[in-house]
Write a protein that binds this ligand. Sequence first.
Ligand code: 4AD
Ligand code: MG
Length: 478
Amino acid sequence: MKRIKIKDILQTGEAGKTVVAKGWVRTKRGSKNVNFIALNDGSTIHNLQVVVDVDSFDDSLLRNINTGAALSVSGKLAESAGSGQKIEMVATEIELLGKADPDKYPIQPKRHTLEFLRENAHLRFRTNTFSAIFRVRHAMAFAVNKFFNDKGFTYLHTPIITASDAEGAGQMFRVSTLDPKSPPLNEDGEIDYSQDFFGKATNLTVSGQLEGELAAMALGEIYTFGPTFRAENSNTTRHLAEFWMIEPEMAFYDLKDNMDLAEEFLKSLIKYALDNCKDDLQFLAGRLQQEEKSKPQNQRSMDLIEKLEFVLNNDFIRITYTEAINILRNSKPFKKKKFQFPVEWGVDLQSEHERFLVEKHFDCPVILTDYPKDIKAFYMKQNGDGKTVGAMDVLFPQIGEIIGGSQREENLEKLETRMKEMDVPADEMDWYLDTRRFGSAEHSGFGLGFERFILFVTGMGNIRDVIAFPRTPKSADF
Ligand code: 4AD
Ligand code: MG
């Protein structure tokens, strides 16, 4: 008989029908005469209750059915009275596919800390919390592609190995096949990368943007969605060394068009989650509520689903960096010296400032624009004031910066001047500058940090918990 997924059994199974289900045991409980096995196959947050008449099965078989074991069960579906589900299964045949030694299996039917589960990342998928997170993550990846496909964007696969540093921040992982013990040296005693695999120094990419711009200046509207790598030593709940980024790039878009797209994009993802991930979101909302109970009343956050609906149904606030600095300098925490980092025109905003604006002052997502040019990348559109650039950061509650983007400088001379000022090697970037030499035009784009967005949608607090196998400083297990 063909296996049926538990999600389908629970949704459309009919009492009286005999079916086969396969999955992993979440719990087994019962009495001398009857056992109840909660079986989960990952297709849904809900378990199939399997009712086992103890007398009809081998003792040793039943003894080996412990939490974590893999089973194939065939049985008759029946209306369920008590399990919270409409339908349950009365087992007629049970095959133990894989045992899980109860003394050794780390995932028990009790609450584990997220830290403990992080150390068991290969098994945390077996928990309700993580299976829900990864189903939601999948749904969001699908919704990203759907959004752009529906709009006629072309999905561009940009390289993971690159010789350029898009953000100019220099925090990159080197890719090399040279012998680390005795690399070839040039006359100056420096490593001679001309002898390396690619004949030059290469790194893992920090962004697909620069390559994306080339394609946008021909295909019109493109997006990338892939892994990016940053070797910054940031041990925070918002940073990964390997994370996924979505980077749309659009010809003939100015900064306003860019902001409009970003807002529409984020809302469409949230709507997709609310429409398609109800069970998982409800579970995650309940989880969050439990967690919030341990916090003082005034620090508790909104219910997860209410929060998602709130963002969906309200316009994002749009203000300039300069306006934001004024708000911050007039704020209570600034006057009472509660901010750890300085607030004055020219400094980069820290997470504490971003969160004050979003969570306390506006109580709404905020798009900040027109940042000082000295704290932003070389490629951003230079504003007429000579001080600011056409940048935009989207700030979200609990997260801070979720999107970074800008209109791009399309004027060759201005771009070259800025590159010189910022020590960006123009000779290595000739291919990029060609977009400004031949048929240059206004264009814009942004990058959404996928994991930061998943943090927001799932209500999780640590970015390590929304990626299957997190890579962070001093940690690359599994
Ligand atoms: O602001 P960033 O650095 O912008 C870029 O990379 C541009 N090239 C994007 C573009 O215009 N095409 O990064 C974009 C987003 C951030 O807003 C943040 O959400 C996320 O990427 N991000 C990280 N997420 C997790 N871990 C890290 N270390 C991250 N660094 C950035
Ligand atoms: Mg940024």
